[in-house]
Design a protein around this ligand. Structure first.
Ligand SMILES: Nc1ncnc2c1ncn2[C@@H]1O[C@H](COP(=O)(O)OP(=O)(O)OP(=O)(O)O)[C@@H](O)[C@H]1O
Length: 744
């Protein structure tokens, strides 16, 4: 299966104002097609996020242009036996129904009527070209998923049962039991059926959209080609998903809230599936909602086009960012398309009810790299034809266009946060390099520069690797530490009513200031340097995963926020904790974690943790400022919540902070004990580690089992453990501290 992800920005509606437009389409460079969506940071309007897609369609794009570019190229594939799925995703009121169904006027017709028109035309042509030797039959099924129940839209509403139609797994496929199917001879037939069926669809008025679709609508167009004894069957599915919405913005009543919770939950599961697939997880949670079960993203074969609908205005800001993040993950899903097999009439092929998955599902094979390319021969061919000479960018990236803050400093060249594209590596596969479009660089872990909050160099955009030397790092760290210690000393002196300490050395002198004792400084410097070296070391390993860290962190935060909205506090906590390594020491994030832990009755550990973390959090707060960990709504961590009070009281429980050297000593009994537990791959034992919930433990076991059973499958050191997906420094430290505290 290949997934092509495109974005469409809808025009302004009546009453919407040009001055509120914040979303725009852009290109990587002049002369290239539109492939970027740009949107300002909600925290800092001067900073802009960019999301890259296979294609971006701006406000003025007509229905015909979208269809011609995104759907028409796959019609040939449909008749060659590939399943084609087109789905519209986005917040309510962003134009999904307009895109899929469209208006009544000819020019306003959306993807669905155009697709049907194309299918009938091609079908007739095939029959004519083969002098009737091949017969093409088109059949429709159309149903909706409303409040996680499936209803047949081709049947009158009175026939609906409260429980809806059941789903069943059969031969590895999900089928809707009892779904009707109508054969359809021409466009007129289709229009009659479709209009009638749409009257059965649940829509309602919300504050955001007067005719909001409250259900996911799935139209399956089954194309059966019969030549002699052979039958080739393929399905085009067009899916108009219900809009995700923020209930705080909709003033929804009880009924709407229930609907909305069901919609949001299924879309949340969809985003989790997309994430799981793009991470290469073995377990894809698609069974957790009917919509994802039916959509079978990650299970089906063929071609998928995901159209992300976006509203251009400010009132959708956070929702738009959230959708952009989800679709960005979808863009990384890439597996080979498989043509549906040809079957022979004897015995005749049974109708699947779902139509689409007429062959056994083939599990997704995610790409090892983070690029989305059409590797399938067919897709490559269509892509070549459709996209030459301006093939859309093949890589997905999220990055900010931070404006240079200060004059250039020659010493440091930043690794990321640039809007200037990076040249593709020569070693890449031809399909990745052939489009010759440069790939914009992504946000990575904080660079040495950002860690120290040095001014951005003017020439930042021209560079994409670290050129900082160890001596320079040392000088900078020492300078920064000296400044911090001096400030603290001054504050302490002021608080104690003693004379103020001297100010730190001027910025031009990257040496230790004379405000703290040499012993204090060298220990502090050593600790910071080691931490910094580890970070730089992992960064300079240069793997693509590190390159994605920031966007991964953002994604986790957005997911956590959603989980919280659904009342899934445990899930939210887990996701916030997973996000923490990407925003180490981020005060607000720590606050959210702490509050959730308290809420979930994990107060003691929260207090413990908080105290452990605060030391570095306070120091790090300045360079972390403005990271997207702040993206959501909660008040500052230093806040006055009862949680903090409670946590504060339990501080006596804190164990002695772990020395870094201790953690890196493989002969330390605790380190050995922790490694033994990890290497046992025993879920129960791992779950018993501090900071490990069921999910994290399962993730670790899954990850270890991927490494195999041989010697190489063993984790030899905590440094190695830290590098595993989902682990990170804090997790390992906490697990270690837990063992120390329990004194086992
Ligand atoms: N490309 C477009 N051109 C003109 N009007 C558009 C376009 N896209 C959307 N609209 C208009 O915007 C409004 C909202 O669109 P639509 O109902 O399709 O949103 P939706 O995403 O399907 O919302 P929901 O999820 O609530 O069903 C409609 O009035 C629609 O006509």
């Amino acid at each position: 299966m290949s997934v092509r992800v495109v974005a469409r920005i809808r025009p302004l509606l009546e009453k919407e104002l040009e001055k509120d437009v914040i979303v725009r389409a852009d290109r990587v460079e002049d002369g290239k097609p539109l492939t970027l969506v740009k949107i300002p940071s909600p925290k800092n309007g001067a900073e802009e996020f960019s999301f890259a897609f296979n294609s971006v369609y701006e406000q003025s794009t007509s229905q015909e242009e979208l269809f011609t570019a995104e759907v028409a190229p796959h019609m040939k594939a449909l008749f060659q036996g590939l399943d084609v799925t087109i789905f519209a995703y986005g917040v309510t009121g962003t134009g999904k129904t307009h895109t899929m169904r469209g208006g009544l006027r000819l020019a306003e017709r959306g993807v669905i009527p155009r697709l049907l028109s194309n299918v009938f035309r091609r079908g007739k042509k095939i029959m004519k070209d083969t002098n009737g030797a091949t017969t093409v039959v088109v059949a429709l099924s159309y149903y909706e998923i409303y409040n996680d129940k499936v209803y047949d839209l081709l049947e009158p509403p009175e026939k609906r049962t409260p429980a809806g139609l059941p789903l069943r797994e059969k031969d590895g496929k999900t089928i809707v039991v009892g779904l009707s199917e109508r054969s359809c001879d021409d466009l007129k037939d289709f229009e009659r059926l479709y209009i009638e069926a749409n009257n059965n669809r649940v829509t309602a008025s919300t504050k955001l959209n007067a005719h909001s679709s409250r259900s996911h609508a799935i139209l399956r167009v089954k194309v059966t080609q019969m030549t002699g004894d052979t039958v080739k069957e393929s399905t085009a599915s067009a899916i108009d998903l219900a809009g995700s919405e923020d209930n705080r913005r909709t003033d929804n009543g009880k009924e709407r809230l229930v609907e909305s919770a069901a919609i949001n939950k299924s879309l949340f599961v969809l985003s989790q599936c997309i994430d799981a697939i793009s991470r290469g997880d073995k377990r894809i949670p698609y069974r957790e909602s009917k919509m994802t079960r039916i959509l079978s993203l990650g299970q089906n074969n063929g071609i998928t086009v995901m159209i992300l609908n976006l509203a251009p205005i400010r009132s959708y800001h956070l929702d738009t960012l959230s959708s952009l993040n989800v679709s960005s993950r979808a863009k990384r899903i890439e597996v080979r398309e498989i043509e549906n097999e040809i079957v022979y009439k004897q015995p005749p092929r049974t109708n699947s009810g779902l139509g689409g998955a007429s062959v056994q599902r083939q599990p997704l094979r995610p790409l090892n790299n983070a690029h989305n390319v059409h590797t399938g021969a067919l897709a490559a061919k269509t892509a070549d034809k459709a996209e030459k000479p301006d093939k859309p960018v093949k890589a997905f990236a999220v990055y900010t266009d931070k404006k240079p803050a200060a004059p250039a400093r020659a010493v440091v060249a930043p690794a990321a946060n640039t809007s200037v594209p990076r040249q593709p590596l020569q070693s890449k596969r031809p399909s990745e390099t052939s489009d010759s479009l440069p790939r914009p660089s992504k946000l990575a872990r904080p660079t040495a520069q950002s860690l120290l909050r040095l001014p951005q160099p003017v020439n930042a955009v021209a560079s994409n690797h670290i050129t900082i030397t160890p001596d320079q790092i040392e000088a900078m760290v020492e300078k920064k530490v000296a400044e911090i210690l001096a400030t603290r000393a001054a504050e302490a002196a002021a608080a104690a009513g003693t004379a103020p300490q001297p100010q730190p050395a001027p910025a031009s002198e990257p040496t230790v200031a004379a405000t703290a004792t040499p012993v204090e400084i060298s220990e502090e410097v050593k600790r910071r340097l080691e931490a910094l070296e580890r970070r730089i070391e992992s960064e300079s390993r240069g793997d693509n995963a590190a390159d994605d860290n920031r966007s991964e962190g953002l994604r986790l935060l957005l997911q956590a926020r959603r989980a919280k909205e659904y009342g899934d506090d445990a899930g939210a906590l887990h996701l916030y904790e997973k996000a923490l390594p990407y925003f180490p020491g981020q005060a607000k994030l720590l606050g959210k974690i702490e509050r959730l832990r308290v809420k979930l009755g994990l107060a003691a550990a929260a207090a413990d943790d908080r105290k452990q973390r605060l030391g570095s959090a306070e120091e790090d707060a300045d360079y972390q400022e403005g990271t997207e960990a702040d993206i959501d709504e909660d008040e500052d961590v230093a806040g006055r919540s009862p949680a903090r009070g409670k946590a504060g009281k339990k501080r006596g429980l804190k164990v002695k902070p772990v020395e870094e050297a201790e953690l890196d000593d493989p002969t330390s009994p605790r380190v050995k004990q922790l490694l033994d537990i990890v290497n046992s791959r025993d879920l129960k034992l791992i779950k018993g580690l501090r900071g490990f919930g069921a999910k994290k433990a399962q993730d670790l076991v899954d990850c270890l089992s991927l490494k195999g059973d041989g010697e190489s499958g063993q984790i030899e050191s905590l440094a190695q453990l830290r590098m595993l997906p989902g682990m990170g420094g804090r997790t390992v430290e906490r697990a270690y501290e837990g063992l120390v505290a329990s004194g086992v």
